[in-house]
Design a protein around this ligand. Structure first.
Ligand code: MLC
Ligand code: AMP
Length: 467
């Protein structure tokens, strides 16, 4: 599965560089074999590591594939509630990785790892409730990486550069396992800053739109990427002005691709092909897509099938079944259009309760529940407000007394991951509700009360607080 570790591309002392530490494939394999043996010896159905941007996290992901036991990467900044939920829900044992250890054989017998074994369980938000575990097999990952290698002409000649978190598909599956399958050198910059991208001297760069927008705002850093072969954007919509700025500063038209934790990457522009701002290209090899549109309409829900799909939400057969149509197509929840050349455009999301901020997927319900756990909060509605840097920023409308916005933001951060903190808390006298008593969130977005303007009174009146 991880071709580079089989020695086909040879080895080099700096095959991987993660947050300033380098290693060879041989060193990585040694550490990963030690992880695999430890994991097999625990007999647990899954194992968890705190997924910092480090060689240890890379060794854990490789160890999972060697052992045939799935890795549950824990967001390093997850608060106790989120961490506890993930560990309980997955039944994973938490292990420490010591990168300096040498490989060993496990004491217990276990059948050899197979492509159909779960390799990763990634926790991701739905519109309501706590995050669900998305089970991904080695076979699905391999199919996706091979399709991407073909689409991007991605090979052992490349040096891949990115600085994305190692607990999601983008940074971990594409950004780590992709390098180990294609044999490209990997430089993980620790954090995805424009300066670090500029200094890395890569041929292939990955980023979420927030990263690209920050690169485009630093012309000198952007110019340093002109020698690259391909810039790829994904995880959220790349704004057209950012596309144009990048082209002007780097000479590259960035390739955009579309995916989900549940499906991996399914649609992409092609290296050497025509790419246009606002479009995400055509389906990857093996993927079929369709638009479930009302009669006469051209846009509708994007649905798809293919070998890269997940094997289900861990322990949630009803949720898994609900994610598919009766005829077996996965419902993405994204609204899309396809032109006569098969080029896809993502128009938006079907649900207002799924927020994308900085490329992170955040369910409004999870944050609302966290806010409602605060004794001073009686009602809460969370929305994603358009934001030039983050795509959307989290804004919480709350009915509460005797508590400040800063206290509520800290309260959320103490329970969930840091990136789930509201950027803005607006106190209102009541939430707009329909006749059934359901909060009318679209009113919160459209009446001016969420844009920081003086119209806050429209949502029930009161002062806003921004951080
Ligand atoms: C953030 N901060 C806050 C805050 N929110 N402070 C107070 N209140 C809040 N509400 C703090 C941060 O902790 C940080 O502090 C500082 O403000 C800057 O925060 P930021 O603006 O969020 O920037 P940054 O931390 O640099 O994050 C931006 C980012 C990050 C782009 C680097 O969002 C990111 O890594 N996104 C990638 C997400 C991703 O990989 N998604 C892929 C999902 S898989 P300090 O002290 O730390 O500076 C997928 C499939 C697919 O989607 O298709 O790819
Ligand atoms: P996640 O599960 O975190 O990977 O988030 C998946 C969601 O990210 C998708 O359902 C889309 O809403 C969004 N997404 C990913 N890539 C793109 C893209 N290129 N353009 C627009 N939205 C995207």
């Amino acid at each position: 599965m991880l071709t580079a570790l089989d020695g086909v591309y040879g080895d080099r002392p700096d095959a991987l560089s993660v947050a300033g530490r380098v290693c060879s494939y041989e060193q990585l394999l040694g550490a990963a074999r030690a992880v695999a043996a430890d994991v097999i010896d625990t007999g647990a159905p899954a194992f968890a590591v705190t997924a910092t941007a480090s060689l240890e996290t890379v060794a854990a992901a490789v160890g999972a594939l060697l052992a045939g036991v799935p890795l549950v990467p824990l967001p390093p900044d997850a608060g106790p509630a989120e961490r506890g939920h993930i560990l309980r829900d997955s039944g994973a044992v938490e292990i420490d990785v010591d990168f300096a250890r040498k490989g060993r054989d496990p004491d217990r017998q276990r059948p050899p790892a197979a492509d159909r074994d779960p390799a990763l369980i990634l926790y991701t938000s739905g519109t309501t409730g706590p995050p669900k575990g998305v089970v991904l097999t080695a076979a699905a990952i391999a199919a996706d990486l091979d399709a991407l290698a073909e689409a991007w002409q991605w090979s052992a000649e490349d040096t891949l550069v990115h600085g994305l978190p190692l607990f999601h598909v983008h940074g971990l599956v594409l950004g780590v396992l992709g390098a180990l399958r294609t044999g490209s050198r990997l430089v993980h910059t620790g954090r995805p800053t424009p300066e670090a991208y500029a200094a890395a001297g890569g041929s292939l760069y990955f980023g979420v739109p927030t990263v690209w927008s920050r690169v485009a705002a630093e012309p000198r850093a952007a110019a340093a990427l002109s020698g690259a072969r391909l810039l790829v954007s994904g995880s959220a919509a790349l704004p057209s002005p950012v596309f144009r700025d990048l082209e002007a500063l780097t000479g590259h038209r960035p390739v955009e691709r579309y995916g989900m934790t549940e499906t991996l990457i399914t649609v992409s522009g092609r290296a050497g092909g025509e790419v246009h701002p606002g479009t995400v290209g055509t389906p990857l090899r093996g993927i079929r897509t369709r638009i479930a549109a009302e009669p006469g309409a051209e846009i509708g829900e994007l649905q798809l099938t293919g070998p890269t799909l997940f094997s289900g939400y861990l322990g949630r057969p009803e949720a898994t079944a609900a994610a598919y149509t009766e005829d077996g197509w996965f419902r993405t929840g994204d609204i899309a259009a396809v032109d006569e050349d098969g080029v896809h455009r993502i128009v938006g999301r079907a649900s207002i309760d799924m927020i994308k901020s900085g490329g992170y997927r955040i369910g409004a319900g999870e944050i609302e529940n966290a806010l409602l756990d605060h004794p001073r909060v009686s009602e809460a509605a969370v929305v994603g407000v358009p934001d030039a840097d983050l795509g959307q920023r989290i804004v919480a409308f709350v009915v509460a007394e005797g508590v400040t916005g800063a206290e509520l933001t800290d309260f959320v951060a103490a329970h969930l991951s840091v990136h789930k903190r509201p950027r803005e808390v607006r106190f209102v006298a009541s939430l707009p509700r329909n006749a059934m008593g359901k909060p009318q969130k679209r009113l919160l977005l459209t009446d001016g009360s969420a844009d920081g303007s003086a119209d806050a009174a429209a949502a029930g009146g009161a002062a806003g607080e921004r951080r």
